[in-house]
Design a protein around this ligand. Structure first.
Ligand SMILES: [Fe+2]
Length: 243
């Protein structure tokens, strides 16, 4: 094998993992703040595989000022990684969406109806952590009008929602789905971990995601998969990862 794995396979975790699909990760090499090399990409994907995941959606950032990625750049990287997965005989399905940052560029892309999606219509988006974008409602409504299903990445990280569950419910009422990061449950920021737990408690979480940039994120994901919180969340039956 060309790329050596850092960890040995552990079928115990693989069997216990209730999730087969992860919808949020930065595992395509050299195009955002996630994996920087092909070797790092393969190692991250191998770890997902060992945890029992059978399908990953790579979601590179598209932020016009910082990560000016587009469909062509992302799909070319996807192709390269998939080729190596085949050579390495890592049997996992890999697709590409994107994590769109709410800005005027995103607004224009929606208008052109040329977004990278997962499961056909689902679109992952993020916003500034501090300031509520003036165009947030417009973005949501335009996505819905064009037939997309908006999925807000890590809603627990947005300070402008003020840890107030009513603000979250208002967004959900507009038609937004929530993807909480597993690693947020162990965040050093008390407010982030508190609200992540609250969102689970109130059954407001639609997807649990890794938002994996590096190996340590997958270790936190593994920790979550074995946790009571994970079991509690599953009982509420709101999670759509495997649909
Ligand atoms: Fe992300």
């Amino acid at each position: 094998m060309f790329f050596k794995s850092l960890f040995k396979p552990n079928p115990y975790e693989a069997k216990l993992n209730p999730f087969k699909v992860d919808i949020h990760s930065h595992i395509l090499p050299g195009i955002d703040d996630g994996a920087q090399t092909l070797k790092q990409s393969i190692e991250l994907i191998r770890q997902f595989h060992l945890l029992g995941y059978t399908k990953l959606i790579a979601t590179p950032h598209i932020i016009s000022d910082f990560y000016p990625n587009n469909r062509e750049i992302i799909l070319e990287k996807l192709y390269t990684v998939k080729q190596v997965l085949k050579q390495e005989e890592i049997n996992i399905s890999l697709e590409a969406g994107a994590e769109y940052y709410v800005d005027m560029h995103f607004l224009n892309l929606i208008e052109d109806k040329n977004l990278l999606t997962f499961r056909k219509h689902y679109v992952l988006f993020e916003t500034s952590c501090i300031t509520k974008p003036l165009i947030l409602e417009e973005i949501i409504s335009n996505l819905l009008k064009k037939g997309y299903i908006p999925v807000m990445a890590h809603p627990e990280r947005y300070n402008y929602l003020n840890n107030n569950i009513e603000n979250y419910k208002r967004l959900k009422a507009l038609g937004v789905l929530f993807q909480v990061n597993a690693k947020s449950l162990y965040s050093k920021s008390k407010s982030t971990s508190n609200i992540a737990h609250q969102l689970i408690k109130y059954g407001l979480v639609d997807f649990i995601g890794s938002d994996a940039h590096r190996i340590r994120d997958i270790k936190r994901l593994e920790h979550f998969l074995k946790s009571r919180t994970c079991k509690k969340m599953l009982k509420l039956n709101t999670i759509k990862n495997n649909l």
